[in-house]
Design a protein around this ligand. Structure first.
Ligand code: AMP
Length: 549
């Protein structure tokens, strides 16, 4: 095969005339194909229909009717004609398509005609996918199967199977590793690994790391080339037409001329609500209303969306795939002008697992599904198409799986920041050690409160401030709150995991570590309970035994 035919063949093998991310349907249905076959072979449409109902495959019908008068076609010819068929549009296009199909069928051999019909109808069914073709490329263009894995890697960056095949045919293995991101050609998305325990986040990515909110919507890669803006899905489909509102927002808010951004489209409504929260995330199901061909404009109002950008892959002619995440994030912040529909993924940077735990709780509070931890190392490149250990996901359901509620007494306050300035940021809470008749610290609760809850708690606590920890409270120095409180107010808290903790004292023996409640969330104030009616160390020990931790 000549090199110039390799590209077309790669598409044709997959029953297509272009890369997956371009619209390649020819706009030909059964009815039109049937007409074209009748015209090509000089038989009635009735005759074609009759045969079709027997075989169920118009390709087979074309094969039967072909009298073998056509001479062999070249790949180039077929490919060119298929493109012409696709191009015909507007008034009279149905007739034009019929004529073009019938002409090429007249010139085809029976076998050729059969496959041409199937390709035109988008029903080639050779029984293999693109991944299989990559192995064939390895054998055909390098003489060895051993390059398959490398070719697969390249295919994550050069997702146009025709271009990939052409380069391999021309340069052999030397083509590998030379592919780069190009405007208009989406790369496969980088994905996150999952970990089994919260601590594993620290083991896998020690030291400083970023924790980003994990949005539950549709992955999107946006390519802006001057005035032309395209959006691609995780499966590399072109989804631009579904999101005219985002295209507009990108036009206004992204000032770079040539840029590729990675993010998540979410059904999200901006705005401050009565309880002080700033916006609302809706479910993934709701977003799916936007998967439509018709009434697109109307649905931009019924289901407004926001894109949360978390990466930048290309800027003004330069690939950023091999730059580190901190560098990419800096560039991202520099080039995204935030607006109602365009946001940056919210994140914190820290080496402290406890801070990440708070951030995670906050995310759940907003009804997000979890967080993604990202490496800040100098090797933190964008690994296209890979489930990478440079990104780790942590979702609510990965936590202990226990969903128990606990009645806890408040023994201290930490000052609040931001939204909760003037009130508390978190409450230090304890359980009761019945044997020792003292309160032992168990968790710091910082999420789950509405503004009204916080106000009510502040007023309940106002008469109970004391200058140091009372004798019946067992606390370690690293947990000291900003304000000590007499144990009096009881709250109900939801938690998902009990772990050993060096900071807390619950159930702690001599030199031992205590137990702590992980991922706590405030549920309500227990006006009906006093400090000696709360959850005890014994109960917590029993619960822990019953879990797998
Ligand atoms: P999963 O689908 O559970 O494997 O999670 C990975 C997906 O989370 C990605 O494909 C993204 O679509 C999505 N995601 C949401 N927020 C982020 C973020 N901040 N960083 C990376 N991926 C994110």
């Amino acid at each position: 095969m000549e090199i110039k035919e390799v590209k077309a063949s790669a598409y044709l093998f997959l029953g297509s005339i272009g890369p997956a991310f371009e619209s390649t349907t020819l706009g030909v249905g059964d009815k039109l194909a049937l007409k074209a076959i009748a015209m090509a072979y000089g038989v009635s449409e009735e005759e074609v229909k009759k045969r079709y109902s027997k075989t169920g495959d118009l390709g087979d019908v074309a094969f039967e009717l072909n009298r073998g008068e056509g001479k062999s076609l070249t790949i180039d010819e077929v490919f060119g004609k298929l493109k012409e068929i696709k191009k015909a549009s507007g008034k009279g296009s149905q007739e034009e398509k019929t004529r073009l199909i019938s002409r090429i069928l007249q010139r085809a051999s029976p076998g050729e005609g059969k496959y041409i019909v199937r390709i035109i109808l988008g029903k080639l069914r050779l029984g293999f996918e693109d991944q299989f073709l990559l192995e064939a490329f390895s054998i055909a263009f390098t003489g060895d199967k051993k390059y398959t894995a490398k070719i697969k890697e390249s295919y994550s960056v050069c997702t146009d199977i025709g271009e990939l095949a052409e380069s391999l045919a021309e340069y052999g293995p030397r083509a590998l590793g030379r592919f780069s991101i190009k405007l208009g050609r989406p790369v496969r998305s980088m994905l996150a690994q999952r970990v089994k325990t919260f601590e594993e986040l620290q083991e896998r990515i020690p030291g400083k790391k970023a924790a980003e909110e994990k949005y539950d919507g549709e992955r999107v890669q946006i390519h802006k080339d001057g005035n032309e803006i395209k959006a691609f899905s995780r499966r590399l489909e072109n989804i631009t037409a579904q999101y005219p509102d985002l295209v507009e927002a990108v036009r206004k808010g992204i000032l770079a001329d040539k840029i590729v951004l990675d993010g998540e489209i979410v059904a999200y409504v901006e705005g401050r609500k009565a309880d002080g929260s700033t916006g609302e995330f809706y479910s993934f199901q709701r977003l799916m209303q936007r998967r439509r061909k018709y009434e697109v404009q109307k649905y931009t109002e019924i289901c407004p969306v926001t894109v949360f950008f978390f990466d930048i892959l290309y800027l003004e002619g330069n690939s950023l795939l091999r730059e580190s995440y901190p560098k990419r994030r800096d560039l991202l912040e520099e080039h995204v002008k935030e607006s109602e529909n365009l946001r940056l993924a919210r994140r914190i940077v820290t080496d402290n697992l406890e801070e990440i735990e708070y951030f995670f709780n906050d995310a759940l509070e907003k009804r997000l599904e979890g967080i993604i931890i990202k490496s800040m190392g100098s090797n933190s490149i964008y690994e296209a198409g890979k489930r990478s250990w440079l990104w780790l996901k942590w979702k609510e359901e990965y936590a202990g799986g226990m969903r128990e509620t606990f009645d806890l007494v408040i023994i201290g306050k930490y000052y609040g920041r931001g939204k909760r300035k003037g009130s508390f940021g978190a409450l230090l809470c304890a359980i009761l050690n019945e044997e020792k008749q003292r309160f032992e610290t168990f968790t710091k609760v910082g999420t789950g409160f509405t503004e009204a809850d916080a106000k009510e708690i502040d007023s309940l606590l106002s008469g109970h401030t004391i200058s140091e920890a009372p004798k019946n409270v067992f606390i370690k120095s690293r947990m000291l709150p900003d304000i000590f409180l007499e144990p009096s107010v009881v709250i109900e808290v939801l938690g998902t995991e009990i772990t050993k903790s060096p900071g807390h004292t619950a159930g702690q023996g001599e030199g031992d570590t205590g137990l702590a409640l992980r991922f706590p969330r405030f549920l309500r104030i227990r006006y009906d309970k006093g400090p000696y009616d709360i959850t005890t160390v014994k109960e917590v020990r029993n619960l822990k035994k019953g879990t797998s931790i």
